[in-house]
Design a protein around this ligand. Structure first.
Ligand code: FAD
Length: 440
């Protein structure tokens, strides 16, 4: 067990240094308690910009902010790098791959993970985009395919290398499709003059009838038009039947040969695998009526506490939280506001006061499509599209990106790319052997 100091202060353990966990740490920095932040990585991943790393837009290091820098001003907080494996709520301890850790209060902020929806071959043969390593692997694959295509004289194999399939028409799928099309239209011409951009196919496969289901219909329609104008082929009402090395099979039996399938279609709560007694939305029939089947989140009360354990909170993507009778979407502002709320409630509990209900203030959602094209839905009421929504998205993400030097680097990359179309990030970091390219 991780030892306590002799004069026992209340010990708050926070699992997850994402948006919710770090916001909680920041708001608890001055209290008289011992805080332990646990994460499997020693950096905070700025998830919304992962797609820009994957498409060689910005340097990888800008989305992985060192936690020790972040914790510099939180004297009451220690960081412990470990993978949490299980939580024993009765005996109040966390089991990790390094040692067991006891707690007085616990905050579970472990986010979400990719869900492959039971599609045969998808976990093995597709590229998800949820972690820093996912983004690097995908970037290496995209660049690696271009390198291989340059010297590939077999027409069919070159076609396979230059066909990119994105599964899922939510914000991540849309952003990737747009960024990939820009990469091809601008940098490919510049860096790979031997390749003809017309040979490259970007195909977006979506099970719904329109893109961006969380936005108003006309913003989804606008997004579809913008992507098509940029050469992205969109298949609506189409499901993936199975995935194999080098090809994808759709539910109508069509087989498309491709060297790269990017999976953005599903997400589920990322709860430590073995957390006994945890009531999840999936196991609660009452909540199941209202919940999208993609999630499997921890059920919490309006105060964000676990139903049977008032000393345990779950926040961010991992928690099932409703606002006005509807589940929250699973976006960063929700996680940030929950991080603030959980810190407030812990302070109240420590003073012997009852925790307060969480209320989400919806400032809105935004998605970027490509240069000069974005969509936003402000305050859940005001739809915006085009150049202003695009600029708004860039401004918001630059503001929230941790670290001044990261902001400067990202800003410089964006400005450079906007005016010159250049992306200079051509280094392939690994051999990208995850998925074999059949035949190519
Ligand atoms: C590709 C993509 C793009 C997105 N773009 C946007 C966007 O533009 N705007 C927006 O608002 N939202 C966006 N989102 C959603 C947003 O990223 C999430 O809502 C947000 O990250 C949730 O924050 P969180 O703190 O709950 O989890 P996270 O930020 O995911 O943090 C979870 C942390 O827990 C750690 N962890 C998990 N399990 C363990 C374990 N067992 N042991 C130890 N550590 C563990 C992880 O390493 C991670 O650091 C996007 C999501 C994705 C996948």
């Amino acid at each position: 067990m991780l030892k306590d100091k002799p004069n026992h202060k209340p010990k708050i353990v926070i699992i997850g240094a994402g948006f919710a966990g770090l916001r909680a740490v920041k708001n608890l920095a001055r209290i008289d308690a011992e805080i332990l932040l646990i994460d499997r990585n020693n950096y905070h991943t700025f998830v919304p910009l992962l797609y820009q790393v994957a498409t060689a837009f910005i340097p990888p290091k800008t989305v992985a902010y060192p936690l020790h820098k972040y914790l510099h001003s939180a004297a009451n907080t220690r960081f412990f790098q470990a993978e949490v494996l299980a939580i024993d709520f009765e005996r109040k301890f966390v089991t990790s791959d390094r040692e067991n850790i006891i707690y007085d209060y616990l905050v579970i902020a472990t986010g979400s993970k990719t869900k492959f929806l039971g599609v045969d071959g998808a976990p093995k043969y597709t590229y998800p985009l949820r972690t820093f390593n996912d983004a690097i692997a995908l970037r290496d694959r995209i660049l690696g395919n271009l390198e291989r295509a340059v010297t590939c004289t077999d027409y069919e194999k070159r076609q396979q290398l230059l066909t990119f399939i994105i599964v899922g028409g939510g914000a991540t799928g849309v952003e990737l499709a747009g960024a990939l099309s820009e990469l091809i239209q601008t940098s490919l011409v510049d860096n790979y003059p031997q390749l003809d951009p017309r040979e490259v196919k970007i195909i977006l496969i979506h099970s719904g009838t329109r893109l961006l289901a969380d936005f108003p219909e006309r913003l989804g329609d606008y997004t579809g038009k913008q992507l098509r104008r940029r050469g992205v082929k969109i298949h609506f009402s189409t499901r993936v039947h199975s995935v194999m090395p080098g090809a994808i099979e759709l539910d109508d039996g069509t087989i498309v040969k491709t060297a790269t399938i990017i999976w953005t279609a599903g997400v589920e709560a990322n709860l430590p695998a073995d957390s006994e007694n945890l009531s999840t939305a999936k196991s609660s029939k009452e909540l199941l009526k209202n919940i999208a089947p993609r999630r499997d989140q921890a059920c919490v009360s309006s105060t964000l506490q676990l139903l049977n354990y008032p000393e345990v909170y779950a926040v961010g993507d991992v928690a099932y939280v409703e606002q006005d009778g509807k589940p929250l979407l699973g976006i960063a502002p929700e996680a940030l506001q929950q991080g603030t709320a959980v810190a407030g409630n812990l302070k109240r509990q420590l003073r012997g006061l009852p925790p307060k209900s969480f209320n989400y203030f919806n400032k809105g959602t935004a998605a970027i499509i490509a240069r000069n094209a974005g969509v936003a839905y402000l305050f859940g009421k005001i739809p915006l599209k085009g150049w202003f929504a695009w600029l708004l998205w860039l401004g918001i993400h630059l503001y929230y990106l941790p670290g001044l030097s990261n902001r400067l680097i990202v800003f410089k990359s964006w400005v450079r790319n906007y005016f010159t179309g250049k992306r200079n990030l051509r280094q392939i970091a690994s051999k990208s052997t995850k998925i074999p390219v059949n035949g190519a």
